[in-house]
Design a protein around this ligand. Structure first.
Ligand code: UDP
Ligand code: MG
Length: 139
């Protein structure tokens, strides 16, 4: 995968609250192209696998519970400097600490139900994109 791609998920709180359209508009306005997109619902097994890196953290059980509570929208996005620029667009993990205008500041409910995921490195963008889109290089 090229380093100009990142992976995102619109999380269950944002989907349930009707924010899919508004969040995609912000993503497009920020210059990202949607390369692939799919709405689905995670099983406990797949949510646990996706967040396996956090399995020893105290919030892991709550995170899996939340991420399986409703449908999500998974997407691969393309832009120069995609990973870093997208993390800036979504804002800090805790919406109370996120900058004004960021997606989490505007749409998140709490530190757990924080509206959106963004990969934290090119390596993880490739792993996470392939998790949902099997062979993401075909997109
Ligand atoms: N999370 C949580 N409680 C915490 C920290 C994180 O519920 O104290 C959840 C939250 O949904 C977050 C996800 O776990 O987005 C992954 O955590 P990470 O530290 O990787 O934050 P991110 O990279 O999503 O900003
Ligand atoms: Mg993370």
């Amino acid at each position: 995968m090229a380093t100009n791609r990142t992976f995102t998920m619109i999380k269950p709180d944002a989907v349930q609250n009707g924010h899919i359209g508004a969040i995609l508009a912000k993503i497009n306005e920020a210059g990202f192209r949607i390369v692939a997109m799919r709405m689905t619902r995670l099983s406990k097994e797949s949510a646990g696998a996706f967040y396996a890196i956090h399995k020893e953290r105290p919030f892991f059980g709550e995170l899996v519970e939340y991420m399986t509570s409703g449908p999500i929208v998974a997407a691969i996005l393309e832009k120069d400097n995609a990973v870093e620029d997208f993390r800036k667009l979504i804002g800090a993990t805790d919406p109370a600490k996120a900058e004004e205008g960021t997606i989490r500041k505007i749409f998140a409910t709490s530190i757990a139900a924080n509206a959106i995921h963004g990969s934290d490195s090119d390596e993880n963008a490739a792993i996470e994109g392939n998790f949902f889109f099997a062979d993401m290089d075909k997109y």
